[in-house]
Design a protein around this ligand. Structure first.
Ligand code: NAP
Length: 254
């Protein structure tokens, strides 16, 4: 018979938005290795999401896969409902889903691209944070990690000032929400990666951007998705129990 003293601790249950590829996939895998059950969302690439889910389950974790566009409020609410129904109440949320747009000066950006970046990177993160604030706040426990960017403090001139501005908004909402939710036991932090070798650069029209940027990075190389995942995993862990409202920069010195 298992007594209370011998009962295993409940596994953390963490949702990683945009967990199918890149930093999100590396985070899902790292969290599974650290003992989390994981939900991961995607918007287009179902095959990539299923491959990541298989790798997560191979670590002994439960894994839910959901299609949800974090630029859409109805998708977000449904995603949270389905995760809770399948895995149980969330203890962690990683707001990782994010988009860029074609690189170039603001003068050349289309209104459609600006709107999409703001919808996914700002409104989507706010809506996910709002739902987590309601759910985790009511339960009196939880941890949120938002994906910012080193661009938030560099400005992204000539490339993507709109993206940089969207990530600066993430930094500010992280700080404010941490102060709102600290008293009810929910921590809110962010990770600001520098140039990381993922497919996001191809989407902005510069597939070789990570390699080409190396000479301008003090550590002389782009980062890996796993190096960012390690910081996210730390912020979600008990080792970071006194860290809230902080932005951890993982940017090779940029
Ligand atoms: P990525 O390789 O392009 O992967 C993006 C992930 O987000 C994919 O899983 C994608 O799903 C998902 N996604 C995109 N739009 C979505 C939406 N509207 N709703 C739901 N999911 C969506 O990107 P990454 O490089 O790993 O970047 C992850 C995060 O880190 C982003 O917030 C990004 O801004 C930030 N970041 C990245 C870098 C970098 O250099 N890579 C630097 C700083 C910050 P599908 O597979 O279905 O498309």
């Amino acid at each position: 018979m298992i007594t209370d003293r011998e009962a295993p601790l409940p596994r953390p249950i963490t949702l990683v938005t945009g967990g199918s590829r890149g930093i999100g996939a590396a985070t899902a895998l790292r969290l599974a290795r650290d003992g989390h059950d994981v939900a991961l969302s995607y918007v287009r690439d179902k095959d990539a999401a299923e491959r990541t889910a298989e790798a997560v389950r191979a670590q002994g974790a439960r894994c839910a896969v959901l299609r949800a566009d974090t630029g859409q409020e109805a998708d977000i609410e449904r995603m949270f409902d389905e995760v809770v129904a399948e895995l149980g109440p969330l203890t962690g949320l990683v707001n990782n889903a994010g988009v860029t747009a074609p690189l170039g000066p603001l003068a050349d950006a289309t209104t459609e691209d600006l709107r999409r970046v703001v919808d996914v990177n700002v409104l989507g993160v706010l809506l996910c944070c709002r739902r987590a604030a309601r759910d985790m706040g009511a339960r009196g426990e939880g941890s949120i990690v938002n994906l910012s960017s080193a661009a938030a403090t560099l400005g992204g001139p000539g490339d993507y000032v709109h993206y940089a501005a969207s990530k600066a908004a993430v930094d500010t909402l992280t700080l404010g929400l941490a102060k709102e939710l600290g008293p009810v036991g929910v921590r809110v932090n962010a990770v600001a990666p520098g140039i990381i070798d993922t497919e996001i650069h191809a989407a902005s029209g510069a597939p070789d951007r990570a390699a080409q940027a190396a000479p301008g990075i003090p550590l002389r190389r782009p980062g890996t998705a796993e190096e960012v995942a390690a910081a996210i995993a730390w912020l979600l862990s008990a080792d970071a129990a006194y860290a809230t409202g902080t932005v951890v920069r993982v940017a090779g010195g940029r």
